[in-house]
Ligand binder design. Structure first.
Ligand code: ADP
Ligand code: MG
Length: 582
């Protein structure tokens, strides 16, 4: 045995490459993620010979300047995290700074890029060695071309599958990102043949286009959110479209495609009553606060670990379960298994089976049963009406009727729901402003005509400009006792600018500017009061739709910030009683 030595850089990169770069599809995945991280809204992938011959990814993202192009293929070079602390809350795909260096060590790579209003620059690397560099003329964006993958790692090359299989794997990667990023146009060309070609579109349309599964033509879309901050947006196979075969079953966590067997069991359990017909197709987007998931467990980041997985799986289960709420007749034998109430959220339930991993279908079933039991118990404990822990089981595309220019009436899986439009708008604005304050960036609207207000008492406002700006209000003093308001948080009625300003100013009873921030909930509630959607305003269909969609996405959709209810739900059972049907 030789002495312990630090590996030469090229060898170390090659070993790291073994983890990141397994096959052409993993190269495509890394390059697409970089393009998404760069803010591109057009991504084009061209491959030859299953990607072993060539992989080129074009994007129209931010691009890189000369220094960045030269640095990008260095190991641990990343512009996305600054220190170890950031690892806890990575929002971008990349952060390890490993992909380009790994790929460059096992292939011939050319990176060409141009940042806004700058000249383009390229670098060429063969097996980790810089072979050429220089200026070029190109539009803003980046092109990475990878040729002769694994030309210097024959062992790897031997393990590649057929050209067709590698092409299919590449196409699968492109299709998955196309589904989670409908706002980006994607194209995949393989040996001159167009395999994917998707213009920007809406999520459901993109799914129908990309999946090519019969169930996905008209998926049932369901939102389900929990007070603990997890939310699920699911596209499920309608019960009557469940057929024998292997439908697409895709999970995305914070838009990242993720492999997860357990989610299949959880959804299958929700479809249990029709399990004889086949497996349900689904595309699920779980949104989980970034601190709650660990994406760093796997070098290719295809697996994630949840800090509290029971919350996520329960939210998924509850969402899937809603498929059956309105259509008991489609269930074989007419029996709908009993679960918690309509659209019950996962709530902030006690973590059950906290670090449990499911290995077998049997285990999965007992795991889901324990979910069901907790849901039932919780219902016994808290009752159903108006509890803050409930989410709304509202399905997008349900018809909405506006009554008295004030109330929205819509259909739920288990009954009807009446929404107080102003209370709902307040709730939505409240949550937006509050997260905005906490994140330090509130979406603002500039006032076309600035609003001037008089403030009594001298110097009352001076020194507070910055604090108000944190609340989304841009204002400046002029003269002795005047303040000019120039911008408000988006969604606030500009007509109420003056009143809102004075309201906030009047609420300060301390001489410390920090008082405003400490009372952020109070401030957010005051701002929410001035929402542009009022009781008595006629709404267009789209406005009504947006209002209910945003409400369904709220952490706490059932009451306004002052505690008044936003919605009133009447179960069909109750209506049946009223009409003497029972
Ligand atoms: P990571 O994505 O983990 O940061 P990579 O090796 O994938 O590491 O990329 C290194 C760096 O190169 C990125 O942090 C980014 O700054 C830059 N980069 C890579 N690809 C692109 C691209 N398509 N557009 C703009 N910048 C890019
Ligand atoms: Mg990357």
């Amino acid at each position: 045995m030789g002495k312990v030595k630090v590996l030469p850089k090229a060898a170390a990169n090659k070993i790291a490459a073994g983890e990141v770069v397994e096959r052409p599809a993993s190269v495509v995945k890394e390059l697409i993620e970089n393009s998404i991280d760069a803010g591109a809204d057009e991504i084009r992938v061209i491959i030859k010979a299953g990607g072993v011959g060539e992989i080129s990814v074009y994007d129209n993202g931010r691009g890189m300047n000369k220094e960045a192009v030269l640095l990008a293929p260095e190991r641990f070079a990343t512009s996305k995290i600054e220190s170890e602390k950031d690892l806890d809350s990575v929002k971008s795909f990349g952060f390890r700074g490993e992909a380009l260096s790994s790929i460059s060590s096992v292939a011939k790579v050319r990176i060409a890029s141009a940042a806004k209003n700058e000249k383009g620059f390229f670098v060429e690397i063969d097996g980790g060695e810089v072979k050429g560099k220089g200026e070029i003329i190109m539009d803003q964006g980046t092109v990475v071309k990878v040729r002769d993958l694994f030309y210097n790692v024959p062992a790897r090359r031997k393990f590649l599958k057929s050209k067709r299989a590698e092409t299919r794997a590449v196409a699968e990667v492109v299709r998955r990102y196309a589904v989670s990023y409908p706002e980006i146009s994607f194209e995949l060309i393989s040996d001159g043949k167009k395999l994917v070609s998707a213009d920007k579109s809406e999520p459901a349309d993109r799914i129908a286009e990309i999946l090519n599964d019969p169930w996905a033509e008209e998926p049932v879309e369901i939102f389900h959110s929990t007070p603990s901050g997890a939310a699920v947006r699911g596209f499920f196979a309608p019960a009557e479209k469940v057929k024998p075969g292997r439908p697409t079953q895709w999970l995305f966590v914070n838009k990242r495609p993720v492999e997860d067997k357990r989610v299949r069991y959880v959804v299958a359990e929700a479809y249990e009553a029709i399990s004889k017909r086949g497996k349900p197709g689904f595309v699920l987007f779980a949104e989980v606060p970034h601190e709650e998931v660990d994406v760093n467990v796997h070098p290719r980041k295809s697996e994630v670990k949840f800090k509290d997985s029971s919350v996520v799986y329960r939210a998924i289960f509850m969402a899937a379960k809603q498929i059956f709420k309105s259509k008991p007749d489609v269930v074989d034998g007419g029996q709908v298994p009993k679960v918690g109430g309509a659209g019950r959220a996962a709530a902030d339930s006690k973590p059950i089976a906290h670090s449990h991993t499911v290995q077998t279908p049997e285990e999965a079933i007992s795991f889901t049963q324990s979910l069901l039991e907790t849901a039932d118990r919780e219902e016994e404990l808290h009752g159903k009406a108006g509890s803050e822990e409930e989410a709304i089981g509202w399905q997008k595309d349900s018809k909405i009727l506006q009554a008295g220019n004030s109330y929205l009436i819509t259909e739920l899986p288990e009954g009807i729901m009446i929404v107080d439009q102003h209370a709902a708008a307040e709730r939505i604005l409240y949550e937006k402003v509050l997260t905005g304050i906490q994140k330090g960036e509130i979406p603002m609207q500039a006032l076309v005509v600035p609003v001037d207000v008089e403030v009594s008492g001298e110097d009352l406002f001076k020194g507070w400009e910055e604090q108000f700006e944190k609340l989304g209000i841009k204002a400046e003093s002029f003269g002795d006792d005047m303040v000019r308001i120039r911008a408000l948080p988006a969604g606030v009625d500009p007509k109420e600018a003056g009143e809102l300003f004075l309201d906030l100013l009047g609420g300060i009873d301390s001489a410390e500017p920090s008082a405003l921030e400490e009372n952020e909930k109070d401030a957010a509630a005051k701002i929410a009061c001035k929402s542009a959607i009022k009781f008595g305003d006629p709404l267009t269909g789209k406005e009504a739709d947006d209002l209910l969609s945003s409400l369904a996405e709220c952490g706490n959709p059932l009451s306004c910030p002052h505690g008044r209810p936003t919605t009133y739900q009447i179960p069909y059972k109750k209506l049946e009683q009223l009409f003497g049907r029972t």
